[in-house]
Ligand binder design. Structure first.
Ligand SMILES: [Zn+2]
Ligand SMILES: [Zn+2]
Length: 424
């Protein structure tokens, strides 16, 4: 809708400032490897951020039901660690000095699903991720297999549990929610304000939890992965898909799917298997997709592509990041997998020595499995038989223990635990 047809903004000054905050968040991300610009961008962000609430207070007499929505914010969001930090930091910058920023680097080594180590390393702040990779490659004492992920981190001494960019994103989202409540109270879900960063946000205030997709993507770009044995940089690990209702509807018709299942991640497992079988029998293949849920609503879909066990593990690590960004509480994965029965030796050792994909006795299965943050899980597989010209026939659905597909969700479970410890 052209903005001149939209109703006037009930709080144009504050709303414009929020849009400035968005642009400044991106400036902060873009200056990540340049300490001086980063400090400057953070100071700007925090001051603009503060002025959003000051402007609301200044104009409160013109704002419908101001007390109701503002005191709700004041009682809840304003009391969170990040918002208290943002407020204090702004005062510190204005009246005292710069923040106590330090740049560290998280190096995560991943051997397999169960074997993972995270160490904090110190590299000069100006060193880019690719320079750090070179330095690590040239150093000794690295395990000879697995992958390494490098992630730069800025942390303020006054908010140790949070990475600064992440904290800034959380602050931005709290203000977004505050302004959204104010707009709804005025009966204007979308106003006529025009902003400075329109490739990401327009005047509609999102009701997404966590952070915006553009923020998630921008932050993912700050990490880099490489495979240890050959030193190859692994990128393009997976991609998030926009949920396009029209496309989903078109597929439902094309595949003659009776209806798209609803409910939470667990409740959708049988229905999604029915859908997957149709796709498999029609197309002869099925991609791997992860669906993130908040309760019964579908938040996002991630397409996953991996041609090696290493990239597979990283893809699920990245899924765990997406779970944090969207604050999802349920995940469902659907895809074609290789499956192999555990050997006697493996049962004895309680492990899997060779991933199913590398084994001769592997079987092709279509698999749908889900976990929720409250600890439930569900899993179903069906065997895929191939006809003489490769056409797929889906066998009986079975609830057998598929020996490890659930392993893929270890990074998501770890993430939920870690979020718990930060009060998210
Ligand atoms: Zn507005
Ligand atoms: Zn953006």
């Amino acid at each position: 809708m052209p903005s001149n047809l939209l109703p006037p903004c009930p709080m144009p000054q504050a709303h414009k400032r929020l849009m400035d905050c968005h642009a400044q968040w991106h400036a902060l991300q873009e200056s990540y490897f340049c300490p001086d610009s980063f400090r400057l961008a953070l100071n700007t962000f925090l001051q603009t951020h503060r002025s959003v609430t000051s402007l609301l207070l200044k104009h409160k007499s013109n704002l419908p039901k101001f007390q109701d929505w503002f005191s709700e914010y004041d009682d809840q969001a304003a009391k969170t660690d990040v918002m208290r930090w943002a407020k204090k930091s702004r005062n510190r910058i204005v009246h005292e000095s710069d923040l106590d920023l330090n740049s560290s680097c998280h190096v995560t080594w991943i051997g397999n699903w169960h074997n993972r180590q995270e160490v904090k390393a110190t590299f000069p702040p100006r060193m880019s991720v690719s320079e750090i990779i070179e330095a690590i490659k040239n150093s000794r004492g690295m395990p000879p297999f697995g992958t390494i992920t490098i992630r730069r981190r800025w942390v303020d001494g006054a908010l140790n549990a949070w990475e600064v960019l992440d904290a800034a994103a959380a602050c931005y989202m709290h203000l977004n929610d505050l302004l959204r409540a104010g707009h709804l109270a005025a009966g204007v879900p979308r106003c006529d304000v025009e902003g400075s960063y329109e490739e990401c946000v327009d005047s509609s205030l999102t009701d997404a939890s966590g952070k915006l997709n553009c923020m998630h993507t921008a932050q993912s770009e700050l990490a880099s992965h490489f495979s240890v044995p050959d030193g190859v940089i692994l990128d393009g690990v997976s991609e998030e898909l926009e949920i396009d209702e029209a496309k989903i509807q078109a597929s439902i018709e094309r595949y003659k799917i009776p209806e798209f299942p609803d409910g939470d991640a667990i409740a959708r497992v049988p229905g999604m298997m029915a859908v997957a079988r149709k796709v498999m029998e029609r197309d002869g293949e099925h991609g791997t997709f992860a669906f993130c849920f908040k309760g019964e609503s579908l938040l996002t879909i991630q397409a996953m592509r991996f041609d090696s066990q290493r990239v597979k593990i990283l893809s699920f690590e990245r899924l765990a990041d997406l779970v944090e960004s969207t604050r999802a509480d349920g995940v469902l994965v659907i895809g074609e997998m290789w499956m192999a029965l555990q050997t006697d030796r493996e049962k004895e050792l309680g492990t899997v020595l060779f991933p199913a994909r590398d084994r001769l006795d592997r079987m092709e299965v279509l698999s749908v499995f889900a976990v929720t943050r409250d600890g439930r899980q569900a899993e179903t597989v069906c065997f895929v038989e191939r006809g003489s010209s490769g056409e797929a026939r889906c066998g009986e659905i079975s609830g057998i223990d598929s020996g490890g597909v659930m392993n893929t969700l270890i990074p998501v479970r770890r993430k939920w635990k870690e979020m718990e410890s930060r009060g998210l």
